[in-house]
Structure formats: structure tokens, C-alpha cells
Ligand binder design. Structure first.
Ligand SMILES: [Zn+2]
Length: 352
């Protein structure tokens, strides 16, 4: 189900240590998301809001989920270099940090500065403690296109943490679709995927994680934006304890109990493939994802509980980071160079 390179052990940092910067993110992301005005709404635990619909709507989606390369139109075309024949709708925003991240992005000439800030934060959250690591005059830069949807399409993002500080470093993310992947993702310039993945999660592939438990503790689960009909797998062997309870809010839904007593809930499904009392094996397809119940966009809500308490799926499953295989690095590096040039040129001219 997973591309071969996904199974390779991640390199570099102790990812579990870095995984999720916890409560420190709540302030930044909650502010950004709340001021978004069109995406995630506050909700009761099972009264599910959806990831922002329409984001990245320009990207065609291959529905077969196989390993065949996507047709050319599925890959967003690279924007022309700025100043030569900049494609309409491609913009760069670069700015020193002033106040919070969302305050910094207020200066962006974007359709929704708050949404741009939220997308930027979602890319940086995996590596940067946005509340503690940010300093005045750190530099944000982002190359993006406004879309018809709630969120802009970000092509490249960079955060330069001020030289001379303990947190000094440069974190970047470039949008790129790896051969064999169903969706574009974001990758650092060394070919490490920016968003982390659950080691044995319920989806083999998905567009993006749009809600993390530690960003929104009241939400109690992780949201995976993914097209209707995406296969949902039992992450571990277990037994089906409930289906379709509280249907008005949850839509079609399945609850599994694993052998350690933990329960897993899968909400807003299009189709259930199991019935109550049935045992399932690890990896078995139990449902197809959907947009049923109280949901405003196709996604899977995945929630773990153990001993009567909500558990973060990140902690329960652990995470890994993919690396692009060596044979893709030439192609990827060319794209990084082009996107970086656009970021740098614009940021340099803005500083003059
Ligand atoms: Zn959810």
C-alpha cells in the first residue's frame, strides 16, 4: 500500500521527540484558524467540522491510487520566474516577523492573509515551535497562488530564524509530487518530507492532515483531507464494536477495539465495509472515506481513546518521515532551485 521509500527508516532527527510541539502551538494555530473565517469551525467532539474545502482545488486527483505516474495535468505547472512573465495569480510575500505569525501575515496582499498564515503555520509546525522559537525580525517568505477556495495554494515556504539566536536555522518546504504518490506533498530542500506520517495509520495516502489534536484539543481527533472513496484500513487487528451511532453528526462511522483495549473511531465515511461484532485484521479495508454527517468537505476524522481518555494518534501510532529516493533528487532539486529563486528575488527587491 505504501511506496517503497516510505518504508525506509527516517533519517536525521529523533522524530518522536520533534513530533508535535504540543500546547505551544495552540495559540498560534488557533488564532490563525479562528481568524480564517471559512475553514474549521469550533465543534463538539463528534460534531465534526471539515478541513477547508477547496484548498488546492486546482490539482486534479488521480482516483486509482495505484503506482502509475499521474497524467501531466495532475501536476501543477511551475510558475514562471517573477519579473519575466509572472503568471497571473502567483505571488510572493516576504516579511520580517512582527508580533505573532498571524499578525505578520496581515501585511500580505493576499485574498485572505489569515488563511495564508494558517497554511504557512501548518507547514512549519512540524519543525518549529511557533510560540517559543519565533523572534522579531525572523523572516517569513512564501510563494503562493490565491484560489477559488478558502485557502491559497502554497508552492514554497521558508522561515529563516534569526542568525545569532539559539534557534538559528532555515526551515523550508517545497510543493512537489513524487513519482508514485497520489498527491503532491511538501519537502525540505534535502528531500525530507515536511509533514510527518503515522507509522500504521488508517490511510495509505491522503492529500494532507488538516487538523492535529494538539492544535485543537477540543476536536479530539486528526483530520485527513482525502477524496471520497479513499480506502480506510484497520490500522491494527481488532473487533468492530459499533457502526453508525449518532449518525446525524458522525455520518456513516465505524468503531474498532484493538487488543490493547484502545478504541478507534472513523467518522464521515461514504461506505462501511464491516458490521458490528466482526473481527478485522491489520490492514483490512473497513470503509471508504466520505463527507457524511456534520462535515463540510471530504475527509476522514480519526480518533483514538484508551481508558476513557482521548489519545493523540501521533502518540499512539508514532510517526515517520519519508525521504525522496535518490533517483528523484535531480528533478526535485531543479524545482527547488526555481522556486527558491522566485522567493529570493522577490524578498531581495522588497528589502531595497
Ligand atoms: Zn475531525
Amino acid at each position: 500500500m505504501l511506496p517503497e521509500f516510505l518504508k525506509n527508516p527516517p533519517l536525521g532527527k529523533p522524530w518522536l521527540l520533534y513530533a508535535f510541539l504540543g500546547a505551544s502551538l495552540v495559540v498560534n494555530l488557533t488564532l490563525a484558524l479562528r481568524s480564517n473565517g471559512g475553514g474549521e469551525a469550533e465543534e463538539a467532539p463528534v460534531a465534526e467540522a471539515a478541513p477547508a474545502p477547496g484548498a488546492e482545488a486546482a490539482v486534479a486527483v488521480a482516483q486509482d491510487g495505484g503506482n502509475a505516474p499521474l497524467p501531466p495535468e495532475a501536476v501543477p505547472p511551475l510558475p514562471e520566474p517573477l519579473g519575466v512573465s509572472a503568471r497571473a495569480g502567483t505571488h510572493v510575500f516576504g516579511s520580517p516577523v512582527s508580533g505573532s505569525l498571524s499578525a505578520t501575515f496581515q501585511a500580505a496582499d493576499a485574498k485572505s492573509p489569515a488563511a495564508l498564515s494558517a497554511v504557512f503555520a501548518r507547514l512549519m509546525v512540524w519543525d518549529v515551535d511557533l510560540r517559543h522559537d519565533l523572534h522579531k525580525n525572523d523572516l517569513v517568505s512564501v510563494l503562493y497562488e490565491d484560489t477559488d477556495g478558502v485557502e491559497p495554494l502554497v508552492l514554497a515556504a521558508r522561515l529563516t530564524l534569526l542568525p545569532g539566536t539559539p534557534t538559528e536555522r532555515k526551515v523550508d518546504a517545497f510543493r512537489y509530487q513524487a513519482q508514485g504518490d497520489r498527491f503532491p506533498s511538501y519537502w525540505a530542500s534535502d528531500g525530507t518530507e515536511v509533514p510527518k506520517r503515522l507509522i500504521d495509520g488508517p490511510l495509505g495516502d491522503y492529500e494532507q492532515i488538516t487538523s492535529l489534536l494538539k492544535d485543537r484539543p477540543t476536536h479530539e481527533g486528526m483530520d485527513f483531507k482525502t477524496p471520497i472513496g479513499t480506502e480506510v484500513h484497520a490500522p491494527r487487528a481488532g473487533k468492530v464494536t459499533r457502526v453508525n451511532w449518532n449518525h446525524a453528526a458522525n455520518g456513516n462511522c465505524v468503531e474498532l477495539q484493538f487488543s490493547d483495549g484502545a478504541t478507534a473511531k472513523f467518522l464521515h465515511l461514504n461506505e462501511n465495509n464491516v458490521t458490528e461484532g466482526q473481527t478485522v485484521t491489520a490492514g483490512q479495508i473497513i470503509a471508504k472515506s466520505g463527507n457524511t454527517g456534520r462535515s463540510t468537505g471530504p475527509h476522514l476524522h480519526y480518533q483514538i481513546e484508551k481508558g476513557g481518555k482521548v489519545v493523540d494518534p501521533i502518540d499512539y501510532h508514532g510517526t515517520l518521515r519519508r525521504k525522496l529516493p535518490p533517483e528523484l533528487m535531480t528533478d526535485f532539486s531543479a524545482r527547488v532551485a526555481e522556486l527558491s529563486a522566485q522567493l529570493d528575488r522577490q524578498v531581495a527587491s522588497a528589502a531595497q
